[in-house]
Design a protein around this ligand. Structure first.
Ligand code: MTE
Ligand code: MO
Length: 361
């Protein structure tokens, strides 16, 4: 509800959609600190915001596990049962920078689900909770042929005339490598209602859609979930597929995100008065390229972004275009233009981010 939004979020969040509530922070919040304040953290909702009493809450672990169980929050937090873990992890929505694809070609046009995000559908927090692997172990482990874990959120949403529950799945290998945390704390505070209180999943390195909020049920299954969010949304279609020939079966399920970076300041179309240099800053990683010095980057955490800045020499007046590009350790880099990776459902805009600036001396 708006009461929750007003209580928990900064008053200057950019409301990408009003209902369901979706908001991104103004750019300066993303580059000021390594960790995003809870009130500034972006919010992506498909439907309403459930309000769950933590004292009555139970997590249901069922399906292909040896001993299905129900655990209370107090049990999950009992360190004699489960070791507590904290990790700094970035959550990024696969819709980040969708606005650039919309400008190129609007695609599905189902803006109720395809929110027109700018660069801000990404934030970083220190999450505290328990590794899902420990919970599965507590239930005696998996029973064959379990290979995927279904995660259930308590909210419901409405799409194309149907009411759905928020359900996705992750492959068990992701759980096995301790990359799925069940978190009840965000930056040292109890999880805010809007971010999934009392318990959410945080799936490291995957698109935000897998980090299920208001998590109340975990089910071990064989194949990936057939629930609509998993099977029909968050699919990546190659650029030659459009509304005419798109079928769910020719989309790839988006899990890992590609390497990406963006310029947060200055903003597109800004007018800048320069004294021989422009300071560019952003998250991670023309005709002349400059390398961001290592000393201008924030701490390297395995599952989190890095913020950076660089001063660029400039003597031109009039319109300029600035562009950023980064690489990962496997030499993956970003597509040059939005259109080379345009896809019908408008996900993963990871092309080189460009801002046009008007420079006056
Ligand atoms: N979990 C539930 N239950 N319902 C949702 O709508 N949205 C997902 C994910 N978990 C969602 C959810 C998506 S698409 C993203 S990007 C992240 O939550 C956003 O997390 P945040 O709102 O805490 O930033
Ligand atoms: Mo998302």
């Amino acid at each position: 509800s708006w009461e929750t939004v007003l209580k928990e979020k900064a008053s200057d969040m950019i409301h990408v959609l009003q209902f369901p509530y979706n908001g991104e922070p103004p750019g300066d919040r993303l580059i000021k600190t390594e960790l995003t304040n809870n009130k500034d953290f972006f919010v992506r909702n498909h439907g309403g915001i459930p309000s769950i009493d933590p004292t009555k809450f139970t997590l249901d672990i069922c399906g292909l596990v040896k001993n299905p169980q129900q655990l209370t929050l107090a049990q999950l937090q009992d360190e004699s049962l489960f070791p507590r873990q904290s990790n700094i992890v970035t959550i990024q929505c696969s819709g980040t920078r969708r606005i650039e694809q919309i400008h190129e070609y609007p695609g599905d046009g189902d803006e109720l689900i395809n929110a027109p995000w700018g660069e801000g559908a990404i934030s970083t927090a220190r999450w505290t909770g328990v590794s899902l692997k420990k919970i599965i172990k507590h239930c005696g482990g998996l029973v064959a042929p379990a290979d995927n874990i279904e995660l259930y959120g308590a909210d419901t949403y409405f799409k194309k005339g149907n009411v759905h529950n928020y359900i996705v799945s992750v492959p068990y290998r992701k759980v096995k490598s301790h990359e799925v945390l069940l978190a009840w704390e965000m930056n040292g505070h109890p999880l805010p209602t809007i971010h999934g209180s009392p318990l959410r999943a945080v799936v490291y390195g995957y698109i935000g859609a897998r980090s299920v909020k208001w998590l109340y049920k975990i089910k071990a299954i064989h194949r990936p979930s057939t629930a609509p969010v998993q099977a029909k949304e968050y699919l990546y279609y190659t650029p030659q597929i459009g509304k005419q020939n798109a079928q769910y079966s020719n989309g790839f399920s988006i899990q890992d995100m590609p390497v990406s970076s963006a310029i947060i300041s200055p903003k597109n179309m800004d007018q800048i008065v320069h004294e021989g240099k422009i300071r560019l800053s952003g998250g991670d990683g023309g005709s002349i390229w400059y390398e961001v010095p290592a000393g201008n980057m924030s701490t390297k955490y395995f599952y989190a972004w890095r913020t950076w800045w660089i001063d660029l020499p400039v003597d031109a007046e009039g319109w300029l275009e600035m562009c950023v590009r980064c690489w990962d350790n496997a030499m993956n880099t970003q597509p040059t233009f939005v259109r080379s990776a345009w896809n019908w459902d408008l996900h993963v805009t990871s092309s080189c981010h460009r801002v046009k600036l008007y420079s006056i001396n």
